[in-house]
Structures are given as C-alpha cells and as structure tokens.
Design a protein around this ligand. Structure first.
Ligand SMILES: Cc1ncc(C[n+]2csc(CCOP(=O)(O)OP(=O)(O)O)c2C)c(N)n1
Length: 538
C-alpha cells in the first residue's frame, strides 16, 4: 500500500486544522494539490483573481477561526497574490499561501514563468518554505503553527510539481500544541499597575486587534463594565463591547474628526489601559499620544513594543485576558469619571457623524443598519466611505465589521463578504464599497453568482476616488486622476447573474435592502451620491 503524496499530507493536515475551503485559480503546477485538497474535504473555490481569493479565505477565517487557504499557480498566479499576502501580514491574518513551482532540477535550465517566489513573499510573510522531498507533514504543521501563533500572519509554501506527487510516510498528526495563556508574573510591576488601577478616577481603555486574535473580548468587555472604564477600539476591534453600550466610544484610528473628540479624552484620563492595542491600524494622530513620563499607561500586548508608535510605563507581554484578570485581582471598583466626560464624548461623536441629512453617505449607512438585524456581518472597502462608515456603523459583536485597516487596500470588501457568507450562510452579510473599489473586483460578482450566495453589495456611487480627491483639494493641487464616468451598476449586476438597483433616497434604499435579504441571489444596490459628499465629514 503506497503512502500518501506530499499534496495529500498537506491537504489532510489543513483539514485537521479546521480548513474547509481553499480559494484561487489553478494552473498546471497546482493540479495535484487542488485534487488532494478536494479529496481531503477542502472545497476548492474558483475565483477571478488571486487577490480576491485571499480575501475570501480571510472572510472564512474571520468567521471560523481556522487559517485561510489561498492557492496560486507559478509566476503570474503568485504575483497576483502579493497584495493580499501583504494585507494578511499587516492585518494579522493566518493565511496559508500555497504556490506551485517547478522542481529544482528543472529550474536549472527552464525559465518560463519562473521567478523566486520565496524572495517575493519572504518580506511580507512570517515564513516562506519550499517543500523538500521528505517531511511535508512536519512542514505543514509548522506552517499552521507559525500562521496562528501571536501575532498571526501569512505563511508561504512553495510546492514543486514532482514533490507534490512524491510519496510520504503516513504518520499520525498533528503534533501542534497551542500554548497556554501567559499570566503576568507577580511582582513590583504588577503591584504598581494594581495601585494605579485602585487610584484611578478617570481610567480609559483602548482595545485592538490582539483581543480578537487571542479570543478575549469577554475579558475586555467585562473589565470595562465592572470598573466603569470607557472603551475606545481600533476599527478592527469594533464590537468588543456592543457599540450601543454607554461605555463604548466607537472606533478610532483614521478619522481626524473622531480624534478631535477622543484624543482630548485620552489627555484627560489619569490611567490608560492598552488591551491588545496593535497600533498598525492607526494614523499619525495616534503617534506618541501621551508622554509616558507623566501619564500612567499599562499595556497588555501580544508582542513587545518595538514599533515606537506609543510608549507605556508598564508593559506586560502575553495573554491580554489573563493580564487583565491579574490586574483586577484584589482591586475593588470605584465610581469613575465624576464629570461625565465619556458620555459627552459619545454624544459629540454621534452628533459629528450622524447628521440629520435627508440623503448622503451617512444616510446610506444609517438606513442599511436600521434594516439589517443585529447579527449581520458587514464588510467595508478602503476610501472616504470607510472612514465615515467606521464611525457611523454600530457593531454589536467582535468581527462584526471586517475591513483592511492595516494595509488599507481597496478591493477587499466584496471578497471578504463572500468568504464570511460561505462560512456562515445563515447570517446576513453586507459589503459596503466605493465605486472604484468595486470596479477593481467586479469579476467576483460572477464568482458570487456561481456560489449562489445572497450577499448584499452596497456601493457608494459618486464617480470619484473621493478620499484622494479630497486630499488633492486640501493640498490645492489640480483635479487629476480622480474622476471617472458613471457605471450602470444595476445592469452589470444583472449581466453577471445577480439583482441590481440604483437608489437615491432612504425609502428606496430600505426597500432594496429588505428585498435583498429575501432574495436567493446577490443584490447590488448602487447608492447614487453627489461628488464631494464627504467634505467636512471625516
Ligand atoms: C489597491 C489600492 N490602490 C490605491 C489605494 C489608495 N486609495 C485609498 S482610498 C482610494 C479611493 C477609493 O475610491 P472609492 O473606492 O470610490 O471610494 P471613496 O473614496 O470614493 O469612498 C484610493 C485610490 C488603496 N488604498 N488601495
């Protein structure tokens, strides 16, 4: 009885790691692999672009916790995946990137489509491997471990054609053991942190992505509630505390208007707790937001602070939830913020981002939120619409709003939504996107058709790269390369097998979303808004 092939071993171990979908476009160099994936119980989903494939894989990861799987063939396939792999690195996504390649002896004389995949992916992954003739089982287990361990990220595996077919020993697995949570050591630092908490009258907490990747939102939310600590989150950590909670101050990082309210609150705080706050999401407004010499700051983080975006007087590296549990041990809660500044800040944010406009981008977000149930998952693309949406869209659970906030790439919202819907078909899923971002990935509407997923796609149709046009005007530069003609999106949607409608008022939008939720296919809703709709709004 011959042993399994290397491709089979890789596929089986990925299945054992919880993977049920792989995304990509095949070429001759990955045919053995996708066959093995399919036989192992990992469905291969054909997409129109490898970049979108990676985002669909991320969408599945965000809703299941299993690593995402992207398959790309040699050369152009691998090259097409660069953006989403860089995104996975910056947005801490455990993505297994499987590429096909020619065997070493072949590469001595054969040059067609051949470049050094490892050299391209090396700087934007946590590790890049080439599968040797033996040990595929060890290699794939290592890859999964590296992808998942803190902070998570992409791992690349180059699989040569002949190696994919080579026979491997049939050994049991996996050998992976997830590390146990690390508690801060008892000692002077922890005692000082506890005394700061006991003395704090105006404590404030900032939570970020490590809270999600470590799976400790409840610890953060419980701490905030028990100690009366208002919570600011990064965009990715929105929903750690339901955003209609009095202590939830929404997302921060990209909006100067929100910063104008939130940074003064940080300034006022006499204790800042950083819970898994990874500043990769933050713009320059959050660089050195306090002087650690005169601000009490206690940080619980997955990785030591070598970024120098901020500094903390006390920094505990390890498990954020366990760190908060140690901090609160023996400390009694006391009334906080006697002057009510957090409540005033929450009101100011609501007033700034929720104007009573009859129609416009905020009206679009408010209307869709009102129609969708609380458990809906939303995704949002990059651009002016995202900054506004991330302030207006109330998120009620962790990973309820998905986006690219480390790399901030366009073209992510539609495929992220497709992956999320594939992972959890019962949940309503809406993708919000700018028109330029949608046009980058229009072909994936055909993938959506083939998958039969009733995703709702809401496009902010202003025929403008609004965010860039705004920056151009701010710098008094001439209008250049930011405007384009209007696309008939409903017609495109219909041609690609979906439903399509254009709307220009709240009532029509609400009706369109209700219809979309009941439909058996995807619906594209083009919300026509005037150019320059975001002026003074971000
Ligand atoms: C792949 C990629 N290319 C370019 C950019 C720079 N960029 C950021 S926002 C933006 C405009 C996006 O336009 P649109 O999708 O219409 O959204 P809007 O800003 O109008 O809301 C651009 C070009 C980017 N973030 N990602």
């Amino acid at each position: 009885m011959p042993g399994p092939s290397a491709a089979d071993v890789i596929a089986r171990r990925l299945h054992e790691a919880g993977c049920r979908h792989a995304f990509g476009i095949p070429g001759g160099e990955v045919l053995t692999l996708i066959d093995a994936l399919d036989r192992a119980g990992i469905a291969f989903v054909l997409t129109k672009h490898e970049n979108s494939a990676g985002f669909m894989a991320e969408g599945v990861y965000q809703r299941t916790g299993a690593p995402g799987v992207l398959v790309a063939t040699i050369g152009p396939g691998a090259a097409n995946a660069v953006n989403v792999v860089a995104n996975a690195e910056q947005d801490r996504v455990p993505l297994i990137v499987l590429t096909g390649c020619v065997d070493d002896d072949e590469a001595l004389t054969y040059t067609h489509q051949v470049f050094d995949h490892g050299a391209v992916f090396g700087p934007i992954t946590k590790a890049s491997f080439r599968v040797p003739h033996a040990g595929a089982d060890v290699l794939i287990d290592k890859a999964v471990s590296i992808a998942l361990e803190q902070r998570p990220g992409p791992v690349h595996i180059d699989l040569p054609i002949a190696v994919a077919k080579s026979e491997q020993p049939d050994r049991p697995g996996p050998r992976r053991v997830a590390p146990s949570p690390t508690q801060p050591a008892e000692g002077a630092d922890l005692e000082r942190a506890r005394s700061w908490l006991a003395e704090a009258e105006r404590p404030l907490m900032i939570a970020g992505l490590d809270v999600l990747t470590q799976g400790c939102p409840e610890a953060v939310a419980g701490f905030a509630e028990d100690f009366g600590v208002p919570l600011i989150t990064t965009y990715k950590a929105k929903g750690v505390l339901p955003e209609d909670h009095a202590l939830a101050l929404g997302g921060a990082g990209l909006s100067p208007t929100a910063d104008g309210t939130l940074l003064p609150l940080v300034e006022r705080a006499d204790l800042v707790l950083l819970a898994g706050y990874d500043p990769i999401e933050m713009r320059t407004g959050w660089r050195d937001p306090w002087d650690p010499a005169d601000k009490r700051v206690v940080e619980f983080t997955a990785a030591a602070d070598s970024h120098y975006m901020h500094q903390a007087g006390l920094c505990f590296v390890g498990d954020v939830g366990a760190g908060l549990a140690s901090l609160r041990d023996g400390i009694a809660a006391r009334p906080t913020w006697p002057d009510g500044e957090p409540a005033a800040a929450k009101q100011a944010l609501a007033a700034a981002f929720n104007p009573n406009e009859a129609w416009g981008p905020a009206a679009v977000v408010q209307t869709v939120r009102a129609v969708l149930p609380r458990n809906a998952v939303a995704t949002v693309d990059s651009g002016a619409h995202r900054i506004l949406l991330s302030q207006v869209w109330e998120t009620y659970e962790p990973r309820g709003l998905l986006q690219s906030s480390g790399l901030c790439t366009m073209g992510c919202a539609l495929p992220l939504a497709m992956g999320a819907k594939l992972a959890e078909p019962e949940r309503p899923v809406v993708a919000f996107t700018g028109d330029a971002g949608l046009e980058m990935v229009l072909g994936e509407l055909a993938t959506l058709r083939d998958l039969g997923l009733p995703v709702v796609v809401v496009v902010f149709a202003d025929s403008s790269l609004a965010l860039i046009e705004l920056k151009q005007r701010d710098r008094a530069l001439p209008n250049l390369g930011v405007d384009y003609a209007e696309t008939d999106f409903p017609a495109v949607a219909q041609a690609l097998g979906g439903r399509g409608v254009a709307v220009e008022d709240r009532e029509a939008l609400a009706a369109a979303v209700s219809d979309a939720l009941a439909a058996d296919r995807f619906t594209l809703i083009a919300c026509r808004i005037p150019r320059k709709s975001y002026d003074g709004r971000l």
